[in-house]
Design a protein around this ligand. Sequence first.
Ligand SMILES: Cc1cc2nc3c(=O)[nH]c(=O)nc-3n(C[C@H](O)[C@H](O)[C@H](O)COP(=O)(O)O)c2cc1C
Length: 431
Amino acid sequence: MTSVVLGVSAGIAVYKSCELLRLFTESGHDVRVVPTRDALRFVGEPTWAALSGNPVTTEVWESVHEVPHVRIGQSADLVVVAPATADVLARAAHGMANDLLTNTLLTARCPVVFAPAMHTEMWEHPATRANVATLRERGAIVVEPAVGRLTGADTGPGRLPDPAEIFEVCRRVLAGPREDLAGRHVVVSAGGTREAIDPVRFIGNRSSGLQGYALARTAVARGAEVTLVAANVTLPDPAGAKVVRVESARQLREAVLAAAEHADAVVMAAAVADFRPVRQSDTKIKKSSAEPDPIHLVKNPDILAELGEVRRARREAYATRDAGGAAAAGGRETGDGPGAATQAPGDGPHPRVIVGFAAETDDVLANGRAKLERKGCDLLVVNQVGENLAFGTPDNAAVVLTAEGGSVEISRGPKEDLADVVWDLVVQRLA
Ligand SMILES: Cc1cc2nc3c(=O)[nH]c(=O)nc-3n(C[C@H](O)[C@H](O)[C@H](O)COP(=O)(O)O)c2cc1C
């Protein structure tokens, strides 16, 4: 049984950690809750003791014969502090040991995860930024707070990520290090675009964003810097990912192309509308006795094909530039092919790996293979939709087609498992 220390400090979000505690205990972990003194002002000792089944104390002066200020940290497989206040981050960064939690943090030799939660001003203060940087330098995992409603009417970065998200980060940390995307920037699109008919109505699709969010979450866990372009998704933000919200296909195109500029890989899991209404009414179209006007459609930009096209042009520009550079046997000039000016010399054409998704209802593999060739991507994940698969379900099954003509079958399982196979293939190509 793994031994988890759940440190809780005095943020208003501390009540959410009761849910995090349950997620740990229900999946078979032995959890010792170590609150700060002030945390008990928000949620009392009996709640933590009853939910964890273990004694709870904030001080080093209780059960001294068991030397808890050393033993609890030494025997832990994971320490997670959620919420982590600005104060606890500061005390941990400075090696203070003025309560049981900070003693535990100093004696722990296992992975340590901090899930900060505080007002945006506190999170963005240079003191907090420096403390977070120090903790990260020393190997602690400090997950990015979510953006959203804070105490009172304030909103912004600083919200405690959803307990399920924190649990997922911890589960992956406990499963062992797999930092094979460390130092990589990946872009994931998720959800389904909406094309406005009028201010009230839109043409949309059934995509929930679950697969794209699983891709983002697993990439964060594997060490990547993740930009998640989310179209109309109502799921909690994956901890640690930068989330850019969009609505329409054209907004998604802009966000993806901008983020892809310096990305190592782009995974287009979003369901992007192929068409949009030619006209969008500025006012709600009224129901009248006459028959409604037909809605005429126009094609949306093909983002996947455009990513492939930009990269192809850059590769040509690089090849020309390298040939020119070799002939001149001297200083490199920025290439003047499409997009080449935005790339740092020696950086290579980005994105290096492009992954598309295809949802098919019939002739799945043949349609998928044709799409992969048409779009110029490296990998295409082909889903068969229907039979309770793909849209809105936690499970998925797919075949990943490769540009070289190969295929990898992924049997039905959690969307995280499918995401991990996709990242395995991306990592191979980046190497
Ligand atoms: C209502 C209320 C809510 C608070 N929420 C937070 C918070 O979310 N994050 C934070 O860093 N501090 C917050 N504070 C301030 C901390 O509780 C305060 O800095 C405390 O001394 C931290 O103690 P600890 O880090 O030992 O738990 C809040 C204070 C109050 C009164």
